[in-house]
Design a protein around this ligand. Structure first.
Ligand SMILES: Nc1ncnc2c1ncn2[C@@H]1O[C@H](COP(=O)(O)OP(=O)(O)OP(=O)(O)O)[C@@H](O)[C@H]1O
Length: 271
């Protein structure tokens, strides 16, 4: 069975076409890297797939449930959004027990699972500290555990390694790979291309709301026409360059340079 299926999924906000006729067919148990420049429509797509925003037109299902059935989706999906919903006054432990309670998860098994996940992410020592006192990375770890606590069939992760130190980022990449190996489908949006190169089975590139390329990271690298080593970054930059810019002066070069610089900065924060 496919885990994520969409047909001509479209979302308009007034005159803005945020997502344009997006058709996806993602099998179970894969890590799908969803790439695109700022404003390409990635978050809007994830919000539609998680039932948080209704499509303007088109259809979709996740784990066999229609994306218009928000309640039906709840038990089958997990979502780590860019700004995770956490209660500052709670501790990580309280937050996770609360999330488990909302989902009616069995108390004892869930407590063991929370302990194990906190330990894997090196958060045990801080689990009884209020989230208000957490660093960005500690919040991110808590939110990641919250997103996968109920063992969803499909998990949507928006920049999951954001704010994590190199060791934690590596642990999380390994945890994501383990999830997929155990059959969970992972829909991963990130600007950190080495993460995608490392863990994604398939990559989809969104540009101006449209899917402009799809394939394995190696497929997309082979498609790159320029670049000495033909990286996923070369392919990304070629596929997401506005022809209107290249016709003029050096706007696109400036933006490519910015993206490259950003990658360097992010690589330095994400081992
Ligand atoms: N609630 C909204 N109201 C109006 N326009 C919106 C809304 N949400 C998104 N948009 C617009 O839709 C387009 C796609 O935005 P979206 O946030 O999905 O992009 P993104 O690929 O997630 O970007 P980023 O990488 O910067 O997070 C943008 O033009 C954005 O301005």
């Amino acid at each position: 069975m496919t885990a994520i299926d969409t047909t001509e999924l479209t979302k308009r906000y007034g005159n803005t076409l945020a997502v344009d006729d997006l058709t996806l067919s993602i099998p179970e148990g894969v890590v799908y890297g969803f790439l695109g420049p700022n404003g390409a429509g990635k978050t809007t797509t994830m919000r539609m797939l998680t039932g948080l925003t209704r499509p303007t037109s088109g259809t979709g299902s996740v784990a066999g449930i229609s994306i218009t059935d928000r309640d039906g989706l709840r038990t089958h999906i997990g979502y780590l959004p860019e700004e995770p919903p956490l209660y500052d006054h709670a501790t990580a432990y309280e937050q996770l027990e609360y999330a488990a309670g909302l989902r009616d998860l069995p108390a004892e098994a869930t407590r063991e699972r929370i302990d194990r996940l906190l330990d894997e992410l090196d958060l045990t020592a801080d689990a009884n500290t209020r989230i208000a006192e957490y660093s960005k990375g500690m919040r991110q770890k808590t939110a990641y555990i919250q997103a996968i606590l109920h063992e969803p069939d499909v998990v949507f992760l928006d920049e999951p390694t954001s704010g994590l130190d190199p060791r934690a980022a590596r642990t999380l990449r390994e945890m994501i790979t383990d999830l997929a190996n155990a059959g969970t489908t992972v829909f991963l949006s990130t600007h950190i291309l080495p993460v995608v190169e490392e863990i994604a089975d398939t990559v989809g590139i969104l540009y101006d709301g449209e899917l402009v390329a799809e394939g394995s990271p190696a497929d997309l690298e082979r498609r790159a026409e320029t670049g000495e080593t033909r990286s996923l970054e070369d392919a990304f930059l070629e596929l997401t360059t506005d022809e209107r810019d290249t016709a003029g002066e050096s706007d696109s070069e400036a933006s490519a340079a910015n993206t490259a610089n950003q990658r360097v900065v992010e690589e330095n924060t994400d081992g």
